[in-house]
Design a protein around this ligand. Structure first.
Ligand code: IPE
Length: 259
């Protein structure tokens, strides 16, 4: 069989939800991303983020810290998992409505531990595989937040035939050298490697995972395996499509550097 190769794509949570309104999906973006993904003949693994379906409650109940004595967190663990299933359902439904053969694998059912070295065998479907950032069990902390960016590392480096990796993000054209609200076209870093300074969206008051810095770091881990990694503005659908097809686009190419 002729292999066209697999592309692993992250749909950032800030892209597919309205980040500061609890559990509010951006259906138009989800629909458009699904349409783009239906146009390629590449095999796809889609990893989606949480945005307002994950970060707000996770932050309130300090879920990223694991079990915290004196806090009633159990209900929040259940709720965030349910909220994520709901967002995942929207993603899967919209991909299926484009005729794609999709299967989703909720990480709390198969992954344990957080960070890129979490344990669990990566589930893979013969069609489009979908996974997402989730609240997972953790041996030492009870539970924790497994970021989609960590899932990206493992999928990109452990499944066969990965030809490239794309992080589709909200609000920026790539990694910037100045804060996003001050950036012009010349402030886009076209090629980024670890050690280079950059400015990220500062959302630590909302985010329980690492924002653009985590994507950059995880992207570099992936690039170390010789895989092409690009971070693009996910609201520019033409760019995203071209990136999937391997054409050069406006965005940031992440390389491993030689450190
Ligand atoms: C976070 O996953 C998961 C939860 C908060 C439950 P990500 O780190 O992949 O999410 P985004 O892309 O930042 O929203």
């Amino acid at each position: 069989m002729y292999m066209v190769g697999t592309v692993v794509i992250k749909w950032g949570g800030g892209l597919i939800t309205y980040k500061d309104e609890l559990c509010k999906p951006n259906l138009e973006v989800i629909r458009s991303l699904a349409e783009i993904c239906s146009k390629t003949d590449k095999k796809l693994v889609i990893v989606h983020g949480a945005g307002s379906f994950g970060h707000l409650k996770a932050k309130n109940f300090r879920l990223a810290e694991g079990r915290v004595e004196g806090l009633q967190q159990d209900h929040a663990v259940v709720e965030v998992r349910q909220d994520m299933l709901e967002l995942n359902h929207l993603v899967v439904t919209s991909l299926k409505s484009r005729g794609l053969d999709v299967r989703s694998f909720p990480p709390h059912e198969w992954a344990e531990g957080t960070g890129p070295f979490f344990s669990g065998d990566l589930p893979l479907h013969s069609g489009v595989t979908v996974v997402y950032g989730d609240v997972v069990e953790d041996q030492s902390c009870g539970f924790g937040i497994l970021s989609g960016d960590d899932l990206m590392v493992r999928y990109a480096t452990e499944i066969p035939d990965v030809v490239r990796v794309i992080f589709a993000v909200h609000g920026v054209d790539g990694i910037l050298s100045v804060p996003p609200d001050k950036a012009g076209p010349n402030d886009l870093i076209k090629v980024w490697s670890p050690g280079m300074e950059f400015e990220g969206e500062h959302a630590s008051e909302i985010d329980v995972t690492g924002g653009i810095g985590l994507k950059a770091a995880r992207g570099a881990m992936i690039a170390q395996h010789g895989i092409e990694v690009t971070l693009v503005n996910g609201e520019n659908y033409e760019r995203l499509y071209n990136a999937i097809e391997g054409k050069s686009v406006i965005g940031t190419r992440i390389i491993a550097g030689n450190s």
